[in-house]
Design a protein around this ligand. Structure first.
Ligand SMILES: *[C@@H]1O[C@H](CO)[C@@H](O)[C@H](O)[C@H]1NC(C)=O
Ligand SMILES: *[C@@H]1O[C@H](CO)[C@@H](O)[C@H](O)[C@H]1NC(C)=O
Ligand SMILES: *[C@@H]1O[C@H](CO)[C@@H](O)[C@H](O)[C@H]1NC(C)=O
Ligand SMILES: *[C@@H]1O[C@H](CO)[C@@H](O)[C@H](O)[C@H]1NC(C)=O
Length: 606
């Protein structure tokens, strides 16, 4: 009887779960790509992809299984179509490291596309609500994003997922916070969004101590609609959580006896062995880029042996990767180790096709004006490359469009015909930033400089941040391009989701987005110590004056009357008993004075 009811319940439960699985299908995959960089650094890219087969326009999302509920609620509440955000510490050095898998500027960056049924004002409202939700979700300062530092990007940022139509630039918002510091309190809530958190699978390798002991670190979240299958008649939601890390094994090992030791292992870069794969993941793989072993003369070995080696051929370059399938690893735990057969030597590193740098110069006399200069390299020897250049300058740096100038190392003209290729929306004080976007053609094998001048505005004293003398941060300039070849390109083509699907997928162009350095502008700063000095001085004067004045106004000066002859206090009795040995002459003198004489002074202060 008991047995029967148990079976019945389990059959019921099974049936129920089958219905659930049928109704909404979700899949999760975890991947890790490790690429040794030409500078001796090691680049690790963790990617956790959740695909959920629901209609992205769905207004009532329910039955969360693998997809994080907090993200689902944000999508619904703020009518989101796409969301891309990143929290990054330090700058990706494109010139030395090539291109990352996911592009991110220093500090915090957020880009969102909203549903087409919202009008411009509703989008503004939803955007402000969204950044406040995100700030709570990630324990970050996204709430410092306001309309004064938000733009509507035209060409640089565009929806990355399936084009469901209906939206244009007025549904997009972008903002960056270059001063944001990324730390453990951002990593912890981010890890909570993973189906296996950090209990099993690749999440186990995300130890805060080692993550923040690195040269570059970036957390990202990307949400977009994608095709449900090859036929693409229905769409699904894709959530991609990724973490990039650049570690420096040569530094982690310290100074060894045998010169530079570039060996690395899971244990040395993540501080842990891998104990399991995530049981909820359908795909769980580790890829190690071994191209440098094949192309250079410095060889290295991997232990344990990989399950397979794939060759990824695309855009005129081949990448060789060792693959570990975590669902088929037999002896747990594993600790993948790379050991070099000889000392590493560093030479000149051929730079990637496009990279850029930005700096600031003083303009004119004095410190009131400055000049922003961006230098963009096109290292492609044969072809011109079209780029889009975006600059977001805060309102308090008033830029002058008429000073915008271009120069080229080959003295070739840089073509710009206004207004099809130039978009400029001037800033308004305390309302919106300056927004410039340019479409230019960089001549082959040359360096192009874009410069313009700005004037520093004056702020109200309450508008200065703490530590105002450090200066104000200007976010990076962003350069986007579609490269004809895939040299130094590590990304995933847009129409696929995982690395596993991306091998040998060719494209007509390889999209890159280069973020330049952030700048610090020294603004005219009031002497914040002055009010303090004034307060100190005033308080001291008041305190010094108070004592004497208080005494003078409240105390009475009374001449004490000595009890002569008859009455006599205890003291005089004692004295008489002791034989009047030490009688006080002063007391006698006062006693001789007329009785009842009171000296009362009441002085009025003025
Ligand atoms: C770019 O690719 C070339 C050829 O594959 C390689 O020699 C070079 O080291 C790479 N540069 C960077 C910065 O990764
Ligand atoms: C964008 O779309 C809205 C309606 O969705 C429309 O009112 C607006 O004119 C469009 N803007 C542009 C620049 O096409
Ligand atoms: C690197 O190349 C050497 C020599 O060709 C080979 O023995 C070694 O297995 C390779 N290492 C990897 C990680 O493939
Ligand atoms: C990609 O193409 C190359 C050559 O065309 C082939 O050798 C390789 O096996 C292919 N890789 C995969 C993963 O299919």
């Amino acid at each position: 009887m008991k047995f029967a009811s148990k079976t019945y319940i389990s059959v019921l439960f099974f049936g129920f779960s089958l219905i659930l699985v049928d109704a909404i299908s979700e899949s999760f995959s975890e991947e890790l790509l490790i690429k040794p960089l030409p500078t001796g650094h090691v680049y690790s890219f963790f990617q956790f992809t959740t695909k959920w087969d629901v209609d992205p326009g769905e207004t009532k999302l329910q039955h969360y299984n693998l997809f994080p509920r907090s993200i689902g609620e944000i999508i619904q509440k703020h009518s989101l179509r796409e969301l891309h955000l990143s929290l990054t510490q330090s700058l990706w050095r494109t010139q030395k490291w090539g291109y990352p898998v996911r592009f991110a500027g220093p500090g915090a960056e957020v880009f969102a596309t909203f549903q087409p049924h919202l009008n411009n004002d509703e989008v503004d409202g939803a955007w402000i609500d969204l950044v406040n939700s995100l700030s709570g979700l990630f324990c970050s300062s996204f709430n410092f994003v306001t309309l004064t530092n938000t733009i509507q990007p035209i060409w640089t940022f565009s929806p990355e997922g399936l084009n469901l139509g209906g939206t244009n630039a007025s549904h997009q918002r972008y903002a960056n916070l270059p001063r944001e510091i990324v730390c453990t309190e951002n990593l912890t809530p981010w890890k909570k969004l993973l189906p296996c958190e950090s209990h099993s699978g690749l999440g186990e390798l995300l130890n805060a101590k080692n993550m923040y002991d690195s040269s570059y670190h970036s957390l990202a979240l990307d949400l977009r609609p994608i095709c449900r299958d090859k036929k693409c008649q229905e769409s699904s939601l894709e959530l991609k959580l990724s973490l990039s890390l650049v570690s420096e094994p040569t530094v982690l090992h310290g100074n060894t006896y045998h010169g530079i030791n570039a060996d690395w292992s899971f244990k040395s870069i993540y501080g842990a062995h891998l104990f399991s794969s995530c049981p909820r993941a359908t795909l769980s793989k580790v890829y190690i880029d071994i191209t440098s072993n094949i192309t250079s003369t410095t060889h290295w070995n991997l232990r344990p042996d990989p399950a397979a080696v794939v060759v990824n051929q695309r855009g005129g370059s081949a990448t060789h990767l060792s693959v570990y399938d975590l669902n088929e690893v037999s002896p747990w735990p594993i600790n993948v180790r790379a050991s070099y057969t000889k000392k590493l030597s560093y030479g000149i590193i051929p730079p990637p096709l496009i990279h850029a740098t930005r700096f600031q110069l003083l303009a004119g006399h004095g410190q009131a004006k400055g000049k922003l200069v961006t230098r963009i390299h096109n290292n492609y020897y044969s072809n011109d490359i079209d780029i889009v250049f975006l600059e977001l300058v805060p309102w308090y740096c008033r830029v002058f469009l008429h000073t915008l100038a271009f120069s080229n190392s080959k003295n070739k003209p840089v073509a710009i015909d206004i207004p099809q290729k130039l978009y400029f929306r001037p800033g308004l004080d305390r309302q919106r930033p300056n927004h410039l976007e340019l479409r230019l053609t960089l001549p082959a094998n040359s360096v192009t400089e874009i410069e313009w001048e700005f004037q520093k505005g004056f702020l109200k004293w309450t508008e200065y941040p703490p530590d105002a003398h450090r200066g104000f941060d200007l976010g990076p300039a962003v350069i986007s391009a579609l490269l004809p070849v895939a040299r130094n390109w590590t990304g995933i083509p847009r129409h696929v989701s995982t690395f596993d699907e991306s091998w040998n997928v060719s494209q007509s162009g390889y999209f890159v987005r280069v973020h330049t350095e952030t700048l610090v502008v020294a603004m005219a700063t009031p002497d914040f110590s002055m009010p303090y000095n004034v307060i100190c001085l005033a308080c001291t004067v008041v305190a010094l004056a108070f004592g004497p004045l208080y005494n003078l106004t409240t105390k009475r000066l009374v001449v004490k009357e000595s009890s002569g002859g008859g009455g006599g206090g205890l003291i005089s009795k004692l004295k008489s008993v002791l034989g009047k040995k030490n009688s006080n002459p002063v007391e006698e003198e006062v006693a001789a004075a007329p009785k009842e004489k009171v000296l009362a002074t009441k002085k009025k202060d003025d």
